[in-house]
Design a protein around this ligand. Structure first.
Ligand code: DC
Length: 223
């Protein structure tokens, strides 16, 4: 049976960098579940679906064709044969992704896709409901957090480095907190720290230190 490391936490807590590196060290495939919600959001916008209308979004959820392919230590997603790349990382997608992710049909669709990925092997899956819903039975579940200021500073640096946007730290923080609020208060599979998960606050830790904290907490025969 495939092993699954589940990692949840709010935006900018460092989930992607940590999950990618943990995956690389162990030979587990990195799975970015947020990218699937971003793809659903992007496709809604491309097809003129009103993201503030849950019924319209629900009806559209099954129509988006997403192909999942293991490559270079991760699962890549193809929409009509193409990787979306930074088209799903814009401030516009950031603003629309949380409302789209509240829609049950969207969540069911993404959850099914994620669970199907075990056919490719051992996984490190990061998101908001991986430890509580998608892979709640995993013996290796983590909740990564950091202060809002640290998280906003990380996201802003990332956006500027990638040339995606040039927002002020305050604007990035406001958008991040708005998303946290929707993600944590929605009806279906809200972001929350589940009982029994290992919490790591990365505010004052570097990447290697967080990765080490994850590795030492894994079942001994997974390391
Ligand atoms: O991690 P991210 O910023 O790329 O996530 C994009 C959006 O998708 C964000 O609003 C939270 C949501 N999401 C979710 O609801 N459940 C997940 N497992 C992953 C992301």
């Amino acid at each position: 049976m495939a092993k699954v490391i589940a990692v949840d936490g709010p935006s900018g807590a460092g989930k992607s960098s940590v999950s990618r590196l943990v995956g690389k060290k162990l030979g587990f495939l990195h799975v970015d579940s947020g990218a699937l919600y971003r793809i659903m959001t992007w496709q809604c916008l491309e097809n003129g679906i009103d993201t503030s209308d849950p019924k319209a979004v629900a009806a559209f959820a099954d129509k988006v064709e997403i192909e999942c392919v293991p490559e270079d230590g991760r699962i890549k997603y193809l929409v009509k044969g193409e990787e979306p790349g930074d088209r799903i990382r814009t401030p516009d997608i950031n603003a629309h992704a949380s409302p789209v992710a509240t829609v049950k049909n969207v969540r069911d669709r993404v959850t099914d896709l994620l669970r199907s990925l075990v056919k490719f092997g051992d996984l490190v899956v990061e998101g908001r409901d991986i430890t509580t819903a998608v892979f709640a039975d995993s013996p290796a579940r983590f909740y990564l957090t950091a202060s809002a200021d640290v998280r906003a500073a990380r996201r802003q640096k990332e956006e500027v480095e990638k040339g995606i946007a040039d927002q002020s730290a305050e604007a990035v923080k406001a958008s991040l907190l708005a998303r946290d609020k929707i993600d944590s208060s929605r009806k279906y599979a809200p972001l929350r720290k589940a009982d029994g998960v290992i919490e790591i606050d990365s505010s004052e830790l570097n990447l290697e230190q967080v990765v080490d904290a994850v590795l030492v907490a894994l079942p001994a025969d997974w390391r």
